[in-house]
Design a protein around this ligand. Sequence first.
Ligand code: FAD
Length: 336
Amino acid sequence: MPSLPPSDPSLIRGWLEAIGPELAERVREDVSLRPLTTLRVGGPAQRYLRVETEHELATAAAAAQRIGVSCFVLAGGSNLCISDRGIRGIVIHNAAQACSIGPVTYAAAGHGLILLSLKALEAGLGGLAFAIGIPGSVGGALVSNAGAYRHSIGPLVRRVLVTHAGETGWVGPEWMQFGYRDSRLRHSGAPAGCLVAVELGLEPGCADTIRSEARRYQHNRIWRQPWAPSAGSFFKNVYDAELAQRVPDLPDDLRKAGVVPAGYLSQACGCRGLRCGDAQISPRHGNFIVNTGQATASDVRNLAEEVKRRVMERFGVALEEEVIYAGDWEQWTAAA
Ligand SMILES: Cc1cc2nc3c(=O)[nH]c(=O)nc-3n(C[C@H](O)[C@H](O)[C@H](O)COP(=O)(O)OP(=O)(O)OC[C@H]3O[C@@H](n4cnc5c(N)ncnc54)[C@H](O)[C@@H]3O)c2cc1C
């Protein structure tokens, strides 16, 4: 496994002092992140701390923000391609699981999204049925405004508990700047924030109706998605009415909505089954990069670049990644 370049040890020492001895003694060095991601690629964390409560998360993140040490929050690892060189500075692995279900549902950011969707369903609360098959945490879902079947989590948000610039407090949904698979936390220019918890507004309804809606979504997913390790859809779909008119064989509802699935473009360019090392465009789904064995993060990224190149050449469209490249990619260059 490639080793990490050293980060400023005095900043890390300052952070260890600031978080207090109880948390500091749980911090580990050079922890492999590969098994903590669904794509099963990536190098180590220079320093790694697993937190179990919202308080621990806020304490560790606020201290890092005040000191200015680089800090990455890892949750379910289901939307990530972590560099083979790993992540410099601190990785906080968020496992805070608290929740309280009701028309205003509180969830710690580390709570599993699928589990939350199931709990809401059992309580006869609608709004989260779309999330039944989306792995990962509530916090990760907020960062990318996760969604499916034309629903997303953003519109459900009442307020968010955020640690930002070293302070923790509640902010309204507008703070998140939600967009299609997007929020301010995906923008590299913006100061890093850490999501601690959220309140979601859920509509009381009939549990049976919500359950059958969720079942329908899940059934659809089981048939369409590959089972090999992946990070889900690799590229965002393309909202472009003009493109939707000109691509052949697009179903009418998508043409009318002006949306072209990235998997459709990839497939039309002959990308299904394409490989780079053990990374492969799933033969079942043109927008899934799967790890068929010992793929490296570079294999995955090189393959993604090839899909982008082909789609640009044939359709003149710049595909944008839905998956987040995290960690130290400075020395990576696309294979020719
Ligand atoms: C099989 C499969 C199917 C999928 N289907 C869908 C789908 O239908 N729709 C969809 O939208 N996505 C889908 N995904 C992608 C993924 O599941 C979602 O994006 C998910 O919400 C990511 O959550 P996570 O906890 O795994 O985040 P991670 O992958 O751990 O992190 C993602 C990003 O969020 C940041 N982050 C996480 N928690 C916090 C926090 N508390 N504060 C600040 N930043 C944080 C991380 O730093 C990172 O930048 C799928 C993935 C897989 C593997």
